[in-house]
Structures are given as C-alpha cells and as structure tokens.
Design a protein around this ligand. Structure first.
Ligand code: BDP
Length: 672
C-alpha cells in the first residue's frame, strides 16, 4: 500500500522532538536481526537501517548470523496484535511480537531503554496496551475559520495537514508525526475538527483523496485515520430532504458514502461526531435520540470493521443562568444514561473526563459509571485550551493519571481506565506546524505522556517525564537538565491550579479565547459555567439536598462523599458546594485565606520555574549537544509570559475576592 520511511526522518528547520538521531545510538551501533512481513515490518527494517547508518551498526535478515538484538513477528500470540515479549539472555535482546504492530512498538521500547536494553539479563516480560484505541483528535480546519483560525484551540501554528483551504503539498511532516506517535503508542488520528464546517464536510466525499493521502503517510507507523463528520451530511452533501436517522434514504446514503470511503481508504478507522452540541446538527431536530443517531453511522461502518466515536458533550449552550435545574454538569448524564444498552457494538460513546469542559480540575464525569452496556472512550485535552495555551508549562500527566486511576464505585471497584478498555482513550491534539511541534517545546511532554498513559494507565507521571527527557535530550539527559526539568514540570499542573480558579470552581477565564483571568467573564452568560460569588460566599450548589442534584448522578460512595460538606474533597469543594468565605478546609484554613495563599504561592512557583530554567542554563545546558540555544530561548520567553500571567491571575482573583468579601489577608499582603 505504501512504502516505509524512505530515509532519515529529520526535517529541515523542524526540531525532531523525542526521536533525535542520538536517541538511536544504542540500537544503531549494534547488529540487529529483523524478521517479519508487511508494511509495519518494513518500517521497522527502515528504522533499524537508518539507525545503523547513523551509528555504524548492521541490519541483518539471516538468523544464522550473530546478533545483539532480534526483532521477530510471531511466536507470542498471547501478546496480541500490538503486544510483544521483551527479554534478554545470552547476550541477545529479543522482541517477539504478537503481530506486526507489536514489532513496531517493541522497537520503540528498545529505543526508549537505550543502553539499558543491552545490559543485564532481562526475564521475558509481556507488554501490551491496556486500551485498544489510543487516539488523537485534531481540531484542524481545512479553510481558515474566521474566528477559530486554521486549528481550533490550536497553540502551535497552522495545521500539519491543511493550509488556507488546500491540502499541504508536502506531507513528509505527517510521516514524521506518525513516527513520533508510534514511539509513544498512539494508533489513531482523527484529522479534522469536530466542528465540521462546509469545506471540511466534503472530506467525506469529493475531498476524500486528501484523507487517503494522509492515511498513506501514517499507515507505515500503524496509525489509522478517522474523520469527523457532520450529522447533517445527507442533506448538505447528499441533497436529501432530511438527515433523520430512521429514514431509509438517510440510512442508504450513509451506507453508500461509507462504502466509498473504504474503497479509497481500506483501513479507515471510522467517524467522530459532535451532534446537538454548541450549534452542531444532530438527531434532536428529528425527535430522535443519540442512540438513533449513532447507530445509523455504526451500521454503515460495521461491514468494514469501522467504529463511530459519538461524543457525549451534549448540552444546551443557551441556557438560562437563573434556572439552576439546567446545570450544565448534569447534561451529558441526563442525555446518555437512559440510552445505555441501545448503542451498537461499534458505536463508542466518547466522554470528556469531567462533566463541564476540560477545566484544570473537575470531578470525573459520572457518565463514565452510568453506561455499563455501552463501549466508552474517555476524552482528554492535550491542547492546553484551559491550562495555559502552551504559553504556560503545565505537565498534565499527573491530572490524567488521577482521572484514569479514579475508582468510580469506591476503592474495590473498577477504575476509569478499566471502563475505557471498551473504547479507548482520546485526546485533542496539541500539534501544529510550529518548528517545535507544540509551540511550547515542553508541551511535547504532554503529547508523549498521553500516548504512554493510554498504553499503560498505571505509569508514574514522573517516570514518563523521565522517559521523555531521555528521548528528547539524550546528550544532556544525565546532567542538571534532567533535575531542572523535573523541578519545573512535575508539579506544574498543581502550580497552574493554584494561581487560577480556586477549589474546582473553574471557568474564570476570558470569554472566547479562554486565556488569562476574567473572574466574572462567564458569570452572566448563557454558557452554564458559573461560580455564584457574592459578598457572603462562592461555589455552585450541586447537592441533592439544596442544589442542582448533580451529586445524585454518581454511584455510591461518591454520591454521598460529594453531597456532604464534611467529606467532599477540598480540591472540588466549590464545584459541589456554595460555601461562606469563612468555611474551614481540612487543613484549618478558611476558603478566603486559601484563595489568597494559593494565589500568592502559585505565582511564586511560576517565578521559581523561571529561575530554575535560568540557573540550569547557567550551569551547562545551553548549546549543542545539550539543549539547543533556540529552544532554550523559546522556553525562557514563554516562562516570562507565564510569570506575568500568573501574577495577573493572582492579582485579579485576590482583588476580586477581597472586594466581594471584605476579608483582608491574614498575613497582610497587598490584595490590590
Ligand atoms: C470546548 C472548546 C470548543 C470545542 C468544544 C468541543 O472551547 O472550541 O468545540 O469544546 O469539545 O472546550 O466540542
């Protein structure tokens, strides 16, 4: 179908992210035997040949020749298509893969381990992904959208697929992207925005060739392509009078259209749909529900083994803020819990991790516990829409680790990751055509960590960061840089949380673009994102006793834990409760004093991050082969902005709550 990477994957002017040439030294300086057929095995051979050309080793195909590393497909059926067994004995490291994809992932596991893969003997260990689909959704537009630009919520330049309405002529960067994704375990990409505008709609029909061209670049790295489609397509593209999912003509249109997709892209992954959400068309217009809607697409995809990812992000964005019964947090559960059991087997309900919208702190969405007879995927946001927009360092793996490990039915019950084994883990991509891929060079770690946690949700975020550092800065990784990056990044999500909206209340961002503070920005809008601060207190009462009843959407023990002020975790207090400023938290501080303290310390921590980066630079990290000078300067500039912005957050939030409450800071610090 397609040839593997023809040559070196380095691109002119583009930073090679976590696979610079140096990362291949351990493999590239050895004798490696590769056995297997097909496009993925060819990729592995090309990768090994490339590494050997760089570092003087040899690629072998004859098993009789002595070798240091053997990469073989077959002989490990228990590892599954994507899994492999890794061992070292008698001076030979071996990867025995369950299928060709396992060979590719096994290769990158050896790359990750570097010299350690060729050291002491290693008992045979089976590696296989915990989640079947590990997917990135690109919110890329084909045309430049007048408000959202080329990439909606994109903070890394333009799209790597499209530019100004046209496909990019040179897709070699997409090939390199596929390589980076394979190296952290990602196996699926949706190439266009969930908000499917007129031009993007046509990717499904007359612009399908563009999708096929992208698929051809990603295929050698085991990444399948998915497409976001509009529910209204039978009308807008097919010229039918209706998109009613129960209409025979509509069903036939989806079936025909999907057949053509597979004729063009035989390994096409499936559709992603945002329906009846923020103005997108959906089944409600025809009096149908979301199971009806998802199933018509699922039926069209089923003969070809495709899946539809149907998003549960369904709510009314024009609600009346005075009527608390319309609590936006409730919406997804209200819509989807009653539909459990009605979705086809290849319809996957894709649920954002929290009930509102990718805030730095939310409780886990109750929908994840509410549809046991439905295949479910959890959606994260790698692009940092609400977490500093890739101007701020905010390493998100600790948050994702908490979400994935959250036990929905209490300590003995299943975790979010367990539930997601039915569908997978999805995230909105943070990649664009920026030379560093992600705008902020350190934001690459989020992309890498997403893939690794989707493969193994129990991984320790600091260990994942360590892997990323080792793979990204192999020459400098043993020195002060490793320590400096841990100091800056390990705790950066909590730092961000401290200087932004307090105690889980969320959404104190500037309306529209969502960068920087505006405490009341969304307070009187219809979007359903409120903090209800007045002179006496703050927070949203979502209890059953006196509030919106949202706590009742959780199973035990959480419905009770969140309902009670005595047991609700502090970090989610204002998400679930409206409390007076004098309410005392578990550490003995009042809510108002906690707001002041965290905002002072958060802004100080941001300044400390900048100092750490400067100090590490003064030691020995500038200049090749450590951290390239350009990268160092980019991070420094961005840290300047982070420090400025963190102070702005501190001052606005503190001043706001001081003026509302009239309570001074216990330590006499200025509140502006
Ligand atoms: C919100 C974004 C918006 C997306 C929406 C979604 O602000 O741009 O379209 O999520 O997930 O967070 O569909």
């Amino acid at each position: 179908m397609s040839t593997p990477h023809p040559a070196g994957p380095e691109l002119d002017g583009v930073h090679p992210a976590w696979l610079p040439q140096e990362a291949f030294r351990a493999i590239g300086s050895r004798r490696t035997l590769v056995r297997g057929d097909g496009v993925l095995a060819d990729t592995v051979r090309a990768e090994v040949a490339y590494a050997c050309a760089l570092h003087g080793g040899v690629l072998l195909t004859d098993p009789e020749k002595p070798h240091d590393l053997a990469l073989t497909v077959g002989g490990a059926p228990h590892a599954g298509e994507e899994g492999f067994v890794l061992a070292r004995a008698d001076g030979v490291t071996s990867v025995t893969a369950g299928g060709p994809a396992g060979l590719l992932y096994g290769l990158f596991e050896v790359v990750r381990r570097g010299e350690a893969a060729f050291g002491a003997d290693l008992p045979a260990g089976t590696h296989r992904p915990a989640l079947p689909r590990r997917m990135l959704d690109h919110w890329d537009n084909v045309d430049v959208h007048p408000v959202m630009g080329q990439v909606e919520r994109g903070y890394a330049g333009g799209s790597i697929f499209w530019r100004d309405g046209e496909p990019r002529a040179d897709l070699s960067r997409v090939r390199t992207y596929g390589r980076l994704l394979a190296a952290c375990g990602i196996n699926a990409v949706a190439v266009n925005n969930v908000n499917v505008h007129a031009t993007e709609e046509r990717l499904l029909t007359d612009r399908l060739g563009e999708v096929a061209a992208i698929a051809a670049e990603l295929r050698p790295y085991g990444v399948r392509v998915h497409l976001s489609v509009s529910f209204a397509s039978p009308v807008t593209l097919g010229g039918l009078g209706t998109a009613d999912p129960l209409d025979d003509g509509v069903r036939a249109w989806w079936a025909r259209t999907t057949e053509r997709v597979y004729a063009t892209v035989p390994d096409f992954g499936g559709y992603v749909v945002k329906a009846d959400s923020e103005g997108r068309p959906g089944p409600f217009a025809y009096g149908r529900d979301h199971a009806d809607g998802a199933n018509v697409l699922a039926d069209a995809l089923a003969p070809f083994g495709g899946v539809v990812h149907w998003r549960a992000f369904v709510y009314d964005h024009r609600q009346d803020w005075r009527d608390r019964s319309t609590d936006r947090a409730r919406a997804a559960h209200d819509h989807f819990a009653p539909l459990d059991g009605r979705f086809r087997d290849n319809a996957i309900v894709q649920v954002k991790y929290g009930p509102i919208d990718f805030q730095p702190r939310e409780p886990v969405s109750p929908v994840i516990a509410a549809v046991p007879r439905t295949r479910l995927a959890v959606e994260l946001q790698v692009t940092q829409e609400y977490t500093g927009q890739q101007k701020h360092v905010c390493y998100l793996a600790p948050m994702w680790r908490e979400v994935l490990g959250f036990r929905l039915w209490g300590p003995e019950g299943r975790s979010v990751a367990d539930v997601a084994t039915g569908g997978g883990l999805v995230a909105v991509s943070n990649v664009g055509d920026d030379p560093y891929w992600t705008g902020h060079p350190l934001a690459q770690a989020n992309l890498y960590a997403f893939g690794r946690l989707a493969w193994a949700p129990e991984l320790d975020p600091a260990a994942v960061l360590d892997e990323w550092i080792g793979l990204t800065f192999p020459s400098a990784a043993g020195g002060p840089l490793r320590r400096a990056l841990h100091d800056i990044m390990d705790g950066s999500w909590r730092t961000y949380e401290r200087y932004t909206a307090p105690l889980g209340v969320g959404f104190m961002v500037r309306p529209g673009h969502h960068y920087g503070p505006d405490v009341d920005g969304y307070e009187y809008t219809p979007w359903g994102t409120y903090h209800f601060a007045d002179r006496d207190g703050v927070g949203v009462d979502r209890t059953r006793a006196t509030g919106t009843g949202f706590t009742g959407q959780y199973p035990l023990p959480w419905s009770e834990v969140y309902e009670s002020l005595d047991t609700c975790p502090d970090e989610l207090l204002l998400f679930f409760h409206h409390v007076p400023y004098g309410h005392v938290l578990s550490d003995g501080t009042t809510v108002i004093q906690h707001i002041y303290d965290t905002h002072f310390s958060g802004a100080e921590e941001a300044a400390a991050m900048r100092a750490t980066w400067e100090k590490a630079a003064a030691a020995d990290i500038t200049g090749e082969p450590g951290v390239p000078v350009g990268l160092h300067a980019r991070v420094r500039e961005l840290l300047d902005e982070q420090v400025r912005s963190a102070r702005e957050w501190r001052d606005q939030v503190n001043a706001y709550f001081f003026r509302k409450s009239g309570v001074p800071d216990a330590h006499g610090r200025p509140l502006h």
